[in-house]
Design a protein around this ligand. Structure first.
Ligand SMILES: NC(=O)c1ccc[n+]([C@@H]2O[C@H](COP(=O)([O-])OP(=O)(O)OC[C@H]3O[C@@H](n4cnc5c(N)ncnc54)[C@H](OP(=O)(O)O)[C@@H]3O)[C@@H](O)[C@H]2O)c1
Length: 180
């Protein structure tokens, strides 16, 4: 059971109306509206800490400035960190979050992709979700999670974003975190 002193993790992702988060593997995230990019930047900069899988990092092409970037990979030794704001780790979800909490971080944005999201959900370390529904249909592609993840959510807020997107904020009641 996690205590309330642990890092509060918010999953921050965009998806299409049919629930896809990418068109294919290594797909660049070039299909969201400017207003969603602004929302993502403001929210993650406020949190100061972004957590991602190596495939998402590679798809982004580099670290997000002004935030600490922690990239999960089984092979951190094969990656080169160019600054103190970029770290590669093969640690467990719990160990990495505990280490970041000890560094003083209280909040983190989990920014994908579906495989790392699944690892966090299985560890019970997702507290909130900020999901942007984009006015697109891809027909195929990954979703928010790569495996069956049961989660019971409470809607906190829903608001239009940009020209055709919808920003949904949910709190996890059961399933994503042990102390909800
Ligand atoms: N729509 C959105 O908001 C959004 C957001 C983010 C990403 N995406 C898209 O999603 C796609 C990438 O997602 P993905 O699910 O394929 O990959 P991903 O979750 O970004 O990365 C998977 C990789 O992360 C590492 N990893 C995952 N869990 C780990 C764990 N518990 N411990 C250590 N390492 C772990 C492994 O790296 P190694 O193989 O290096 O060991 C694994 O291959 C891209 O196309 C991207 O554009 C969309």
């Amino acid at each position: 059971m996690k205590t309330e002193t642990g890092i509060r993790v918010s999953l921050v992702m965009a998806r299409t109306l049919d629930g896809r988060t990418a068109r294919s593997l290594n797909d660049p995230l070039d299909w969201t509206e400017a207003a969603d990019k602004a929302h993502f930047s403001a929210l993650t900069r406020r949190m100061g800490l972004v957590l991602m899988g190596s495939k998402t990092f590679d798809a982004m092409g580099g670290p997000l400035p002004g935030r600490k970037n922690v990239v999960f990979t089984r092979f951190p030794e094969s990656r080169v960190s160019v600054s103190g704001d970029l770290a590669f780790t093969s640690g467990s979800v719990d160990a990495v979050l505990d280490g970041l909490a000890a560094e003083g971080y209280g909040e983190a944005a989990l920014i994908g992709g579906s495989r790392l999201n699944t690892a966090f959900a299985k560890a019970g370390r997702i507290h909130e979700l900020f999901v942007t529904v984009s006015p697109l249909i891809f027909g195929a592609g990954p979703g928010l999670f790569s495996e069956h993840i049961p989660m019971d959510l409470l809607l906190v807020n829903a608001e239009p974003l940009g020209f055709g997107s919808l920003l949904l904020h949910y709190r996890v009641r059961h399933g994503g975190c042990h102390d909800a």
